[in-house]
Design a protein around this ligand. Structure first.
Ligand SMILES: Nc1nc2c(c(=O)[nH]1)N[C@H]1C(S)=C(S)[C@@H](COP(=O)(O)O)O[C@H]1N2
Ligand SMILES: [Mo]
Length: 312
């Protein structure tokens, strides 16, 4: 069951100071080791490589340094460098995630319980921001479906809403008027249950850095980055499409679905191409953006018959 990681894959140990790296490794060792047999613990630092089609790309992962210093996490500031500078104040323990709404087994999970709920996998997904840049990141987590199955949604539950932490004491921009806080996001139930939708606890074989959404976030690889809510405290099952932070702030710019779609432009700029972070040298070519961020074969059928210009 355990699949070894390709030897040629760049490891964070090659690009971060050794002491820092050892520290994070130990943390994820405790995390992933708990979900796997003891003999597997050393390899489990990076989880098991996923067998889900589409969950691994052959593209070169973005440098760890870039993925952790060029972020969107508006609770900590609107500049790309702000989250890495400011998110050290985020307290990720103790942490609980309340799962509530239209489910037979509503439950409050302590983060330590949530870590052990299902085996960790490593998945190398592209993350495409609506602003026109993208990264390739080895995420560590397990399918959100694993959690959903355990709480038994009722037939009336058609959507899942994610509510994230809004703590004025530790998040300097909560209270500012850029967005309505808390930052919320949502998925249709079939999207939430899709095997590519990952409940994420780590990246590059290590626990999530605060600026990337510690201690738990969602990663939905075929949608624009803002759907991948960080630092989640509540998961709510509801009947109707829930309001979301960016849709509330600018509905004509950010739709509920927000599937990556090169054919539907943002009203203020094109979505046809993207700049891969780390390739931004003078002669770096922009890449063509792929429908559903390259995951069309896996998720296209979720939207069969829908007008994606209307449901953007
Ligand atoms: N709570 C919260 N989650 C968030 C955001 C945010 O501002 N707050 N920004 C989103 C956006 S716009 C993007 S592109 C991704 C960025 O994730 P990364 O910093 O790990 O690359 O996080 C998303 N999740
Ligand atoms: Mo984004």
């Amino acid at each position: 069951m355990l699949i070894r990681i390709d030897a040629n894959e760049p490891r964070a140990s090659e690009i971060t100071p050794r002491a820092v790296h050892e520290n994070r490794r130990l943390l994820l060792g405790a995390l992933a080791g708990a979900a796997l047999p003891a003999w597997a613990a050393p390899q489990a630092l990076t989880g098991t490589r996923s067998a889900v089609p589409g969950a691994v790309t052959m593209e070169k992962p973005t440098a760890y340094k870039d993925a952790t210093t060029y972020n969107n996490f508006y609770e900590f500031g609107t500049d790309k460098a702000d989250p890495a500078r400011n998110a050290h104040t985020l307290k990720t323990r103790p942490w609980t995630v309340e799962v509530e709404g239209l489910v037979n087994k509503p439950r409050r999970f302590d983060i330590e319980e949530l870590l052990k709920l299902a085996p960790m996998e490593e998945r190398i997904y592209r993350l495409r921001c609506v602003e026109g840049w993208s990264m390739v990141i080895p995420w560590v987590g397990y399918p959100l479906a694993q959690l959903i199955q355990r709480v038994q949604p009722q037939g009336s539950a058609k959507y899942v809403e994610f509510v994230t932490l809004a703590d004025k004491a530790t998040m300097p921009y909560v209270g500012s008027r850029v967005l309505d806080w808390p930052y919320t996001e949502g998925l249709r139930m079939d999207e939430a249950l899709h095997p590519l939708t990952l409940l994420t606890f780590g990246m590059y074989g290590e626990v999530l850095p605060n600026q990337n959404g510690a201690p738990v976030r969602i990663v939905v690889p075929w949608k624009y980055g803002f759907k991948s809510a960080k630092s989640i405290v509540k998961i709510r099952f509801v009947e109707h499409e829930p309001p979301t932070a960016w849709n509330g702030a600018a509905p004509q710019e950010y739709g509920f679905y927000s599937n990556v779609n090169p054919a539907v432009d943002h009203p203020r700029w094109s979505q046809a191409t993207e700049r891969r972070i780390g390739e931004d040298g003078l002669f770096a070519k922009k890449r063509k953006t792929l429908p559903f961020n390259g995951y069309e074969a896996q998720v296209g059928q979720l939207y069969a018959g829908m007008d994606l210009k209307k449901f953007y």
